[in-house]
Write a protein that binds this ligand. Structure first.
Ligand code: ZN
Ligand code: ZN
Ligand code: FE
Length: 754
């Protein structure tokens, strides 16, 4: 007998061509009914007999479009009687406060690239898209995902586009940003006081700006970029001057994977990431001898590379001569990336030779995401475009929890039932504009995802701006320890809800004894932690100054190990620092003046980078550890001595390093021996902990695990020793992932209290 069934599908099912897909399946089965977007998913109503409906539902589950991610398909039989004349896609109605997922932005697809050359109303149309590709999160203002809730609202579809939009058999059926040369957004170029609106001329001019070694500011998907020819050393150096960015490596965009292979090593896993629809920046090893000017990556030997993802990128590469362009975020030093046309005219015109804008607004700012591959798996360094707002599924209920994140590399997170929705990378909150971006995005997320926070969670650090933000709100709140949150973040990713061994290594985090932690071994679960071992405390002479002057940490370690004796060693890095300055530093250590104590692993990297002469002054954040890693010589298997008890002591390591430096051992060898030492320390400590506490799961987190050599080797050696090892893959191991851990801890504590 025919009955009315309702089928609710939850997951990432909006903005990915889901309703037309359902329509086609319904046609195939000859079913009558309706399909509509609800803000809790997609709702289908169909009348038929049960076995057929079952088949229909299975087909939906098994044959869904590529970008869709189905969580649940709920089939319900009702007693209602409705007679449908046919099968229809009907208008979205908001019905509840539950929200379905929003698709992140998707790189232009191959079908659209083909249309770019042969579809008459879209020849070279730079905003071409379809249900399988195009902007999503960056243009969405509210839910449900329909054109009038996006920044496409003001563009009225022409007849042709409207026909495609309403033709179920068309690839652009209900593609919300659908547009063409006759009706959609357009580019506009500003150069030397001239305004160009003809696209052919814009494209030609943009190409000549790049070819001539000049700087082009152009509006991207989630914000503006600054671009120049990466093979032109002078152009790159000039861009550095203009942007006031002396040494931080630039990301590049390469025309295609074939061209890219000339410059960098690409593994199978790396190729897969490079060509995926996310189009992240992937960190890759440069081939020897280096062909790309050193000014791009500053001699690191690694290059952050992405492939084209907007139609305009492809069109530009058709015209320019170079294979590779620098594509760096369009901002002034540490400010958020510019998204607004007027702001771009005001700010970016001053630091570029030509400005390329378009008249569709970017509503949600996103930076390019950055990843690297370790042991064939993706590790995220910066989670933004094409990841956000994909939620992280949780094993617990986090409804109504707001996690404020840390301060540097901030990213916050909100709980929605059993999922965590992480914001895009926000940045360093100490920057005024970035803090504004933070507050604005919190509001946008609360609105978009219908969240009214009932529990807030922040870092224990009293001075973090994110902590202050939490404190300003009149809602129940808790504060959690930084490194516990790191471990909990990785646990949440892997649905771990038990006692584990946590290894949390990073640069800085506020400890519960008021000292700065960062080389921590915990026994912990989501609720609580016990600090079972940590790196020996050392003073940081000058406190925060160490972030620019890692050599201060070298002095601290050397003084502790050798006393004033070390001044006679003739270590290369000491030659650049006046003896007066060093004496002042030693006095400060003696008198404990502005010398906070730290157990940080990051600071140990600083010390070693300086002692080996690899890096004693940072030109960009964490340059010292990055350079130390890039110096690694994989053939070296040796390590230094150390001692472990409750406290891990590196006195013998430092002695060994100093001996090697004095004996003129090559810095790459010293760097590798040091890395091997840390790997060995981790194995030794967790082995002892396993014995004592009978735990076998090891969770790795903290910014130090962005070090690929360390991460790969620690994972491998622990697995060889029969540990179960968990590292991050869905969120960054650095402070950009910490909000997820804060959320997990808060959810657990709330659950235990109730
Ligand atoms: Zn497409
Ligand atoms: Zn049109
Ligand atoms: Fe941290």
């Amino acid at each position: 007998m025919n009955k009315l069934f309702s089928i609710t599908i939850k997951g990432l099912v909006q903005g990915v061509g889901f309703r037309p897909f359902v329509y086609r399946i319904a046609q195939k089965y000859g079913l009558k009914g309706t399909v509509e977007n609800r803000n809790d998913g997609v709702l289908i109503k169909v009348v038929s007999e049960k076995t057929l409906i079952q088949k229909f539902a299975d087909c939906i589950r098994n044959e869904a479009p590529p970008a869709a991610m189905i969580d649940t398909v709920e089939l319900l039989e009702t007693d209602e009687e409705i007679n449908f004349p046919d099968f229809r896609i009907i208008k979205s109605v908001s019905i509840s406060e539950d929200i379905t997922e929003i698709s992140p932005d998707i790189a232009v697809c191959d079908d659209c690239l083909a249309d770019l050359k042969n579809q008459e109303h879209r020849i070279n149309y730079p905003f071409i898209n379809c249900t399988n590709c195009g902007p999503r999160f960056t243009i969405i203002k509210d839910l449900p995902y329909d054109r009038d809730k996006t920044t496409m609202k003001d563009f009225v579809m022409c007849e042709k586009c409207h026909h495609e939009y309403t033709d179920v058999l068309d690839r652009r059926f209900h593609a919300q940003p659908v547009a063409c040369n006759n009706c959609g957004p357009v580019y506009e170029m500003h150069i030397k006081g001239r305004k160009i609106t003809e696209f052919e001329i814009i494209l030609k001019t943009a190409a000549s700006v790049i070819d001539d070694g000049l700087v082009l500011a152009m509006k991207g998907l989630g914000g503006f970029h600054l671009a120049c020819d990466a093979m032109n050393d002078n152009a790159v150096k000039r861009l550095r001057k203009l942007k006031n960015r002396e040494s931080k490596p630039f990301a590049v965009m390469c025309r295609d994977i074939v061209a890219l292979e000339k410059y960098v090593e690409i593994s199978i896993a790396e190729k897969k990431s490079l060509t995926s629809w996310r189009r992240s920046i992937v960190l890759l090893k440069e081939k020897l001898p280096f062909k790309i000017p050193g000014s791009v990556s500053n001699g690191l030997g690694t290059l952050g590379v992405m492939l084209p993802y907007m139609p305009f990128h492809y069109l530009l590469f058709e015209k320019i001569k170079t294979d590779i362009i620098v594509l760096t975020s369009g901002n002034i030093s540490d400010e958020p990336i510019v998204i607004d046309n007027e702001q771009a005219k005001e700010k970016l015109s001053l630091i570029s030779d030509a400005l390329l804008i378009y008249n569709r607004d970017i509503y949600n700012r996103t930076d390019d995401s950055i990843i690297f591959i370790a042991n064939e798996k993706e590790s995220i360094i910066r989670r933004s475009r094409a990841y956000v707002p994909n939620p992280v599924k949780l094993g617990f209920n986090a409804e109504g929890i707001f996690a404020a994140g840390a301060e540097l590399k901030n990213c916050f997170c909100i709980g929605k039932e059993k999922q965590a929705i992480l914001s895009q990378h926000i940045g360093d909150l100490k920057n005024l504009e970035t803090y504004e971006f933070y507050k604005e995005t919190v509001n946008q997320f609360n609105k978009l995802f219908r969240v009214k926070p009932s529990l807030l969670v922040g870092d224990m650090h009293p001075d973090y701006l994110s902590t202050r933000f939490v404190n300003e709100m009149n809602v129940p709140k808790i504060f959690v320890q930084h490194h516990h949150a790191h471990i909990a973040s990785c646990m949440a990713e892997h649905y771990l809800d038990e006692k584990v061994i946590g290894v949390s290594f990073d640069g800085t985090g506020y400890g519960d004894d008021g000292n700065i932690w960062g080389g921590e071994f915990f026994i912990c679960d989501l609720n609580d932690y016990e600090r079972v071992s940590y790196f020996e405390y050392l003073p940081i002479p000058g406190g925060d100054k160490v972030s620019e002057e890692p050599w201060r940490m070298a002095v601290s370690y050397l003084y502790k190990v050798f006393g004033k004796e070390f001044l006679k060693f003739n270590l290369p890095f000491l030659k650049n620092i006046s003896s007066e300055k060093i004496n002042l530093l030693l006095q400060a250590i003696d008198k404990k003046l502005n010398c906070p104590l730290t157990s940080s692993a990051g600071r140990l990297f600083d010390a070693v980078a300086a002692i080996t002469g690899i890096c004693s002054i940072n030109g960009f954040e964490a340059e010292a550890p990055v350079r130390l890693e890039s110096a690694i010589d994989k053939h070296c298997k040796e390590k230094y001595k150390y001692s472990i008890s409750e406290i891990v002591c590196f006195n013998q390591t430092i002695k060994g390093i100093v001996d090697d430096v004095m004996n003129l051992v090559e810095p790459p060898v010293i760097s590798t021996k040091f890395h091997n030492t840390l790997i060995s320390v981790i194995l030794d400590v967790v082995s002892l902990v396993r014995k004592k506490y009978n735990l076998n799961k090891v969770v790795l987190s903290g910014g130090v695990f962005q070090n690929r050599y360390l991460l790969e080797n620690v994972e491998n050696i622990l697995k060889e020793n029969k540990f179960e090892v968990y590292a991050h893959s869905k969120v960054p191991s650095n402070d950009g992932g910490i909000a997820l851990g804060q959320l997990a801890i808060a959810a657990k504590r709330r659950e235990l209290e109730s």
